[in-house]
Each structure stands twice: as C-alpha cells, then as structure tokens.
Design a protein around this ligand. Structure first.
Ligand SMILES: [Zn+2]
Length: 334
C-alpha cells in the first residue's frame, strides 16, 4: 500500500550510462532581428530582452548523467527520464524528421532536427540517433554554431552509445539447449529435457535444468528461466533484506519484485522494498549493495552523507559494487 504523498527513494537502473542529454541555454541566441512581417508574434514564445545578441550559445552542464566523483554522494533526486519528445511541427511543415549533417572537418555526424516550442537547444542521443531540438525561431546557422561548441561531446557520447549497444547485442542470451545465462556473477548453461516440472540448478556443473522438451521454442525457454530466476530472486532478496534490516534495526514490511525499466530498487517510508529480479544476473556483491542501499533508506529517506555512511556500515564494499553495477551489462531480455 502506497499513497501518493509517501516519500520513496529509487535507485536508478541506468545511472546515466544510457542517455546523453545536453541543454544549451538560448540566452546567447536571439530570435532573428528582422522577422518576416507575415508572422504573428507568438505570446508563448520566450522573448529574451535586454540581452546582447551573441552568435554563440551559452553551454550549460549536461542536464542528466552528472558524473559524480567516486565516493561523493550522488544527487538525492531520482534519475528522471527526459520528457516525451517535443510536439511535432504544425501540419503545414513536412512531417518526416529532417536529417542534417554536421561537419566541421574534425567532427562529423548526422542528426535529426526538430523544431519545437521550447526555450533551449536540446541535444539528445538515444535509440533514434542524435536528435537536436530547437526553438522554432532559431536559424539553421545558429543551430550549427551551437553544435560547434558541443561537437566533441556529441561524437564521444554517440560512440559510447554505439559501443554499449554492440556489447549488449553480444550479451544476448540464446534461449535453447547449451545457451548461457549470467547468474550471480557466474554463467549457467541451459539444459533442456529435465524430468519433473520445476527448473533446478545443478550447482556443481553450473547448469540450469529446465523441464522442457529439447526442441522448445525460445520464448518458452526464456519464460521458464524467468520464472525460475524470479523465484530465486525472491528467496535471495528475503535473506539479504532480513540480514541488513536486522543489522540496522529497521522493519521491512514487504518485498516486491520489480521489472521497472528505470530503476534497480526503491524503498517507501512505510517499509516496502521493491527490487529488480534481474539483479540476479550480477554478482552477490552487487545484490548486497542494492539491498543494503534500499534498507538504508528505511532510516534515511535521502542520499545525504548520513545515508551513505549508513550504507557503508551495512555493506563496507559498497563503492566497488556500485561502480561494478554502473558498468555491468544487462543482456536484452528477448
Ligand atoms: Zn537511493
């Protein structure tokens, strides 16, 4: 039971590794001095006034994925996914996104240009590629010069994303006899054709035996493995939660498995912990870090230095585990 006002804390799933976003303040970008006369003023359009027109843009720090120095407390607010893409241009403008090329001789990339009712130039690198959203009144030349300041950043972030994508594809699980499943820091081999009706782990052999015909289709193998992983996750989470909660003297009222796409875990003030079942792909140390993190929130509903001190008391190796979690790869579940 969770009411809307109840404080809760979340541990983000992709702590900045998967999205690169940059906002460029338009303070240096003025609407064109001479506007086409037929264009009526838009009352909602920002009207910078009293500013010295400047050709460049004033860069801001990235709005997401702040890099937190090792050991420093990360921001208390949960990582927030950017809002939905800006509204598409009015119907009289061409519907398909315009792909443009940026090339300054050193850095070269294609990007999708979006015109939107917004105040800043936003650069976002996601599954669509490089998307540059700009206020409607900003001229293409101004977009290009704003990009010039950030070209190195864009190219680097794009390369990192591609690299991550390739690694993720390589980590794909082959859902059939002999397929390999990452489990608590090891790799299990999938074995089909087991008798009985429950999956079981042959620990010594590092094999997961599934009670399925040898020619079962991939989806069935995956679903059976998923049910087994979720059962195992619940058992392990209960054990580790009990361990840390007792150490801290707090009461956990309920543990729920989550498959949220944006966070590994969360805790509510009334004592409900939500933990992502796919943490079971990772090492026991990572599982302990996430569980200790959420249990610590039952005492400190924030990410203050006192919170991190509490995490450290529960699980002294938390920094290593946290960094390992940030760099770990979650295989696609398909
Ligand atoms: Zn937290």
């Amino acid at each position: 039971m969770q009411n809307k006002t109840e404080p809760s804390r979340q541990l983000s799933l992709f702590e900045g590794a998967d999205l690169a976003i940059l906002a460029i303040d338009p303070s240096g970008i003025e609407p064109p001095a001479t506007r086409p006369p037929q264009r009526r003023p838009d009352p909602q359009r920002p009207r910078p006034s009293g500013q010295v027109p400047a050709p460049g843009a004033t860069p801001l720090a990235p709005v997401a994925a702040p890099s937190v120095p090792r050991g420093a407390a990360p921001p208390a607010s949960p990582f927030v996914f950017p809002s939905a893409p800006p509204r598409i241009a009015p119907p009289q403008e061409p519907a398909p996104p315009a792909t443009r090329r940026y090339d300054d001789g050193t850095h070269r990339f294609d990007y999708i240009l979006r015109r939107a009712s917004r105040r800043s130039i936003g650069i976002r690198i996601d599954d669509q590629g490089i998307v540059v959203s700009v206020p409607r009144w900003v001229a293409l030349g101004q977009v290009q010069s704003a990009l010039a300041d950030k070209a190195a950043w864009v190219v680097r972030q794009h390369a990192l994303r591609e690299q991550r994508h390739r690694a993720q594809q390589a980590a794909r699980i082959d859902w059939r006899e002999g397929g390999r499943l990452p489990y608590l820091g090891r790799t299990l081999t999938l074995r089909l054709g087991a008798s009985g009706n429950t999956a079981h782990l042959r620990d010594d052999a590092g094999e997961l035996h599934l009670p399925l015909p040898a020619d079962s289709d991939a989806r069935r193998v995956r679903d059976t493995a998923q049910a087994w992983l979720q059962r195992e996750a619940m058992v392990l989470f209960q054990q580790r939660t009990a361990h840390f909660a007792q150490q801290l003297g707090v009461v956990v009222r309920a543990i729920r498995l989550t498959s949220a796409s944006t966070r590994w875990g969360s805790a509510t003030a009334c004592g409900t912990l939500r933990l992502h079942w796919r943490l079971l792909h990772f090492s026991p140390a990572i599982v302990d870090y996430v569980v200790a993190h959420e249990v610590a929130h039952l005492r400190e509903m924030n990410h203050s230095p006192r919170f991190w001190q509490t995490v450290g008391e529960l699980f002294p190796e938390w920094q290593t585990a946290r960094s390992e979690l940030r760099h770990s790869l979650l295989p696609p579940w398909e």
